[in-house]
Design a protein around this ligand. Structure first.
Ligand SMILES: *[C@@H]1O[C@H](CO)[C@@H](O)[C@H](O)[C@H]1NC(C)=O
Ligand SMILES: *[C@@H]1O[C@H](CO)[C@@H](O)[C@H](O)[C@H]1NC(C)=O
Ligand SMILES: *[C@@H]1O[C@H](CO)[C@@H](O)[C@H](O)[C@H]1NC(C)=O
Ligand SMILES: *[C@@H]1O[C@H](CO)[C@@H](O)[C@H](O)[C@H]1NC(C)=O
Length: 378
């Protein structure tokens, strides 16, 4: 039997088994089959699209590269796979983290959201290598430096929030959601520095009153002159809001943050999907209009839903388990073309509109990793 057909049948029989048994058992936490799929996609990505001499993925894009490197470490972090344990040292951004020369403005060029993505990656690397590693302190120093680089962008214009870019004309959801997340994450690792926690709480308070959240609990993209100027509801904004609130809950024990996060996750689950599968507004099975950045958004949503579930406890893990399983199954069954290459359209079979680049590939990989960790297993 072709492996894919076998998988369809096993998913199907599993679904039947679950719905026919009145009290099915707890979610198994690590799904071997899904890990294998994730591993195959990661292998293809690394062998075909990562250039170890130049230190970047085909296309050379800092923020999506940071996400992709983080994905590879996420894959290794929860399994005993060590295939890519030296990847960080082969990347440009990783080498900058080791040398920690504090030239971050040259690196990020005043794109403070890019700095936020890189900081998330540095935090993951730091956790992965652990304090016994000779480079631990170097990455740790980089986390402090990059954090401060972003924190300096807080201003009282529009009542608070960090700027998106050096032009100081746009305050947006992603830069502030990332700032909330990394502030709370830094606090969890440095509890002697309460300023991080204050920044995280202050950022949430600002976001909640900023006008960026619509009545349906989905978040717009950003503000120009303190008015919502981009009303697109991108999936990744919703995901990082949720994960940031999850980490803030972990730092405070205040369950209001979980309630707020789930309003947004639930709204994304009903409103940014087709038949339960994530669909970006630019996705179209026949003719997508997504740009290269947008190709990775849905995967970031799944990655940050996983990060939310890391913090939020068993009830949330159960609640979103099927959702993650569905995304991974759709990526595998509908989105993936030849040679383990996931395309950008997940909600439908490709009718010519799916776009295949290392960004769509990283996005699909993220869906598999999140489902391997918290999905149902088949
Ligand atoms: C689920 O299975 C595990 C081990 O297989 C068992 O210990 C546990 O009691 C079961 N839980 C339920 C709710 O049946
Ligand atoms: C991972 O490796 C550790 C140490 O070698 C071992 O104790 C553990 O059982 C392994 N876990 C898995 C899932 O293979
Ligand atoms: C929990 O967080 C919410 C939202 O920021 C806040 O309104 C509330 O006062 C907090 N509760 C406690 C007990 O600190
Ligand atoms: C999403 O929400 C908007 C506004 O609340 C509504 O107009 C739209 O129909 C919803 N779309 C879906 C697919 O649920």
């Amino acid at each position: 039997m072709a492996p894919r057909l076998y998988l369809v049948l096993t998913i199907f029989s599993y679904v039947l088994a679950v719905f026919s048994s009145p009290a099915h058992n707890e979610t198994k936490r690590e799904c071997d089959n899904t890990w294998k799929i994730a591993n195959a996609v990661a292998t293809k990505l690394q062998t075909s699209y990562f250039n170890p001499v130049l230190g970047y993925y085909e296309g050379n894009r800092l923020w999506t590269d940071a996400n992709t490197i983080e994905d590879i470490y996420n894959l290794m972090y929860f399994t005993n796979v060590t295939t890519w344990k030296n990847l960080i040292y082969q990347t440009r951004i990783g080498q900058l983290g080791v040398t920690h020369l504090n030239l971050w403005d040259l690196v990020f060029g005043g794109s403070y959201d890019d700095a936020g993505w890189a900081l998330l990656m540095f935090i993951r690397i730091r956790d992965y290598i652990g304090p016994g590693d000779p480079n631990f302190q170097n990455f740790e120093t980089s986390t402090y430096q990059v954090y401060d680089y972003i924190a300096q962008q807080w201003s009282n214009d529009c009542g608070g929030g960090v700027w998106w870019s050096k032009a100081h004309t746009y305050k947006n959801t992603i830069t502030n959601a990332l700032y909330m997340h990394v502030s709370a994450a830094m606090y969890l690792r440095h509890k002697d520095k309460p300023g991080y926690l204050q920044n995280a709480m202050q950022t949430w308070n600002w976001l909640a009153g900023s006008g960026l959240r619509d009545r349906d609990n989905l978040w717009f993209d950003g503000l120009t002159a303190c008015q919502v100027s981009d009303k697109t509801k991108w999936t990744y904004n919703q995901g990082v809001i949720a994960s940031g609130l999850g980490v803030l809950y972990a730092a405070t024990g205040n369950k209001t943050y979980l309630t707020e996060a789930e309003k947004t996750i639930d709204a994304a689950g009903t409103n940014l999907t087709a038949h339960g599968i994530l669909k970006e507004s630019c996705d179209d099975a026949v003719q997508s209009t997504c740009n290269e950045d947008q190709l990775i958004f849905k995967g970031i949503f799944t990655k940050h839903l996983q990060y939310y579930m890391d913090q939020a406890g068993d009830a949330a893990r159960k609640k979103y388990s099927w959702f993650l399983t569905g995304q991974s199954a759709a990526v595998f069954l509908l989105a993936t073309g030849l040679d383990n290459f996931p395309g950008s359209v997940w909600y439908s079979e490709n009718k010519g509109g799916s776009i295949f680049t290392p960004r769509s590939m990283a996005s699909g990989l993220e869906a598999h990793i999140a489902a391997a960790k918290y999905g149902y297993c088949y």
